[in-house]
Design a protein around this ligand. Structure first.
Ligand SMILES: *[C@@H]1O[C@H](CO)[C@@H](O)[C@H](O)[C@H]1NC(C)=O
Ligand SMILES: *[C@@H]1O[C@H](CO)[C@@H](O)[C@H](O)[C@H]1NC(C)=O
Ligand SMILES: *[C@@H]1O[C@H](CO)[C@@H](O)[C@H](O)[C@H]1NC(C)=O
Ligand SMILES: *[C@@H]1O[C@H](CO)[C@@H](O)[C@H](O)[C@H]1NC(C)=O
Length: 248
């Protein structure tokens, strides 16, 4: 979860990530920040937990008056915590469609698209966010998720430990003294695009099963999936999986 400072840091990492990481030995730049305060939690009818804050109310990112935004985690299983950020449309959130944005990769964080390409804000050199007047939420509700688990702030479980010097892989305290609390990702669980599509399907179901409990009122049944780069694979596999599940 995050505080305002953490969001600023997150934004900074997104913007300058490559340069900042290159100065660091190993690949130790990823971690779970300290537990955030003031997090709201809802349990959806399908037993999915959504933990969230409203960054816009703290002056972060979408600060257009009357436009709600929610960000946090969708917990679909004890070992699957997916980071999300939802923005209402600036035009007519009730009647505008919902658009899911996925960056490619595999393992490319959708926060790149959010901050640097099409989202409601970018990050200025003074590490403040600035509203983007060309954001896609001018005309659509927008959902960004960091997927598959292991990407960005999404994580499997948490553990005390450190990162191996050469490989950058998480290791527990039986190898070296703990340097912090880190995300632990079992990469063998989600190692194909098809598996990622199944997981993304469950994340979406989880989100939509809880959306009424947020102060979000979307009546439109129109759903768009936009993606780029390796997303050409996600973009075709995800809808096929969703359609199969819907028995269409
Ligand atoms: C709901 O999810 C929790 C955590 O994953 C699990 O322990 C519990 O058994 C689930 N309850 C139901 C009714 O499925
Ligand atoms: C953010 O966007 C504004 C225009 O909306 C632009 O003036 C500014 O340079 C951008 N900042 C960065 C760091 O790209
Ligand atoms: C890993 O690197 C750090 C600093 O770069 C060094 O202090 C530490 O001894 C190294 N650990 C191992 C196990 O090589
Ligand atoms: C540390 O991880 C290894 C597997 O990598 C495991 O066998 C061992 O039980 C773990 N130790 C602790 C203290 O969790």
């Amino acid at each position: 979860m995050f505080s305002r400072n953490f969001l600023t840091v997150a934004a900074l990492l997104c913007l300058k990530g490559t340069h900042a990481f290159m100065k660091m030995p190993g690949l130790s730049a990823r971690q779970i920040p300290a537990n955030a305060q003031g997090v709201k939690t809802i349990l959806t009818p399908t037993n999915v937990t959504i933990r969230y804050k409203e960054p816009g109310q703290a002056g972060v990112c979408e600060t257009t008056p009357g436009v709600n935004s929610y960000s946090g985690y969708i917990d679909i299983a004890p070992n699957a915590h997916t980071f999300f950020w939802f923005f209402e449309s600036r035009r007519d959130p009730i009647h505008d469609p919902v658009t899911l944005w996925l960056n490619g990769g595999p393992g490319s964080d959708s926060l790149i698209g959010l901050f640097e390409e099409l989202g409601p804000c970018n990050v200025t050199e003074s590490l403040e966010t600035m509203v983007n007047p060309y954001s896609w939420n001018e005309i659509s509700n927008m959902l960004f998720i960091s997927q598959p688990v292991g990407t960005g702030f999404s994580y499997g479980t948490e553990g005390e430990g450190s990162f191996a010097n050469i490989t950058g892989v998480y290791q527990n305290t039986s190898y070296a003294p703990a340097t912090g609390r880190w995300p632990v990702v079992d990469a063998s669980i989600l190692d194909t695009t098809d598996a990622a599509a199944v997981a993304a399907y469950h994340v979406l179901q989880g989100f939509f099963s809880g959306v009424d409990q947020l102060d979000v009122h979307v009546d439109s049944k129109e759903f768009n999936l936009w993606t780029e780069s390796y997303g050409g694979h996600y973009g075709s596999v995800n809808p096929i999986h969703t359609i199969k599940r819907a028995d269409c």
